[in-house]
Design a protein around this ligand. Sequence first.
Ligand SMILES: Cc1cc2nc3c(=O)[nH]c(=O)nc-3n(C[C@H](O)[C@H](O)[C@H](O)COP(=O)(O)OP(=O)(O)OC[C@H]3O[C@@H](n4cnc5c(N)ncnc54)[C@H](O)[C@@H]3O)c2cc1C
Length: 410
Amino acid sequence: MDSEQVDYDIVIAGGGMIGTSLALALAPLGLRVAVVEAVARKDGQQPSFDDRSTALSRSTQRMFEAMGLWDEVVAASTPIADIHVSDKGRFGFSHIDAEEQGVEALGYVVINRVLGAVLQSRLLRTSGVDVQCPARIESIELGPDNATATLRSGDGEQTLTCKLLVAADGANSAVREMMGIAATKREYGQRAVIGNLLPEKNIDNRAFERFTEQGPLAILPVADGRAGFIWTVSEDDADRVLKLDDAEFLAEIQAEFGYRLGKFSRVGKRAAYPLILSKALRLTATRSVLVGNSAHGLHPVSAQGFNLGMRDVAALCDCIADPHTNRSDPGDAAVLDRYAQWRRSDQQKLVHFTDNLVRLFGSTRPGLRTLRNIGMIGFDLVPGVRSLFAKHTMGLAGELPRLSRGVPIR
Ligand SMILES: Cc1cc2nc3c(=O)[nH]c(=O)nc-3n(C[C@H](O)[C@H](O)[C@H](O)COP(=O)(O)OP(=O)(O)OC[C@H]3O[C@@H](n4cnc5c(N)ncnc54)[C@H](O)[C@@H]3O)c2cc1C
């Protein structure tokens, strides 16, 4: 395919968690869509559909319901009935309860690789969507009437023309840079070590978040009685932690978490992710738009990055399907302006909420330590505060697009 040119309505750069979900969400609109993904899933290297466990919020659940995918996703997930939040070495803990919130579950945990298999198998059965994989977008051109993306694959170079180019290529988005959009970035000086282990006691659909000197440690219920962990360690200590043998690793994570779930054993493969806060300065450029991590990369402490990205997907679909805008042109400036306006507040709130959580619970400053103790105890005593926190973690705060309310796009 040398310099072949193909026309689409929408080209999605990146077929990870968000890009694939967007392609599926757009399907009912009958547009011609292409997804360009650099890394094939079958070689085990796919960076989005990896061994991390993701907590899906209620708004993401509703989206998958509206997209007719929830039965398959829920069959591969574990519900969270209770979230237990504590601070190592301090009094007081908080918990949020599904029953108290009047919901079936506070969220559902799914392994990215497993969610990827569900999404990608549906994508292959979806008409109107072409998948180019493995193929990498190397350059773009943005014009008043259309955008072009030049991609390279094993077969050579190809140019795709479209009305709208969507950057869903992750936090280090090259397409965002090609769009001329800068992003602010701040390193937390931490890495998230992930994997799973077997707790002695039944984890019973409970999720735990424990704030330690190094940073937060999350323990999530996954399949077969196992627990997924996301352990934030300081950058200086990360290489040492990754080199520990299984017994040493289990002893260290146990010392951080304690024995609420009995003794830990049988730890699986581990991987680490550098933690960086990134925020794009704008969400759109001519005939192009950012969604998911290309727009915002969060610390995983609030388990919200994917869920926030899914609300980007829902809002973009709403804007494109809006009968008041030019339906035949998804890259029309009015569509993009509405999307940018709609998403700004939710994204900013969650970026600040997550960043403040990291600062509050990661700080060793005496004033902040007192505040976080009062905060955690007070937080449990004041149902209103807890409800608001739960609303954010469930993704139900603010004006929600149709898909996030569980209403099909068409
Ligand atoms: C340890 C950890 C735990 C997390 N837990 C949660 C959680 O519990 N809940 C939650 O909501 N979020 C969680 N997140 C955040 C979540 O994983 C991300 O927000 C989500 O994966 C972002 O998806 P994305 O598709 O935007 O980007 P990515 O996952 O980065 O995918 C981008 C894709 O684009 C492809 N790509 C890159 N460049 C190109 C190119 N030039 N051409 C073509 N393709 C390209 C890549 O190969 C990749 O497949 C967690 C994150 C971490 C690090």
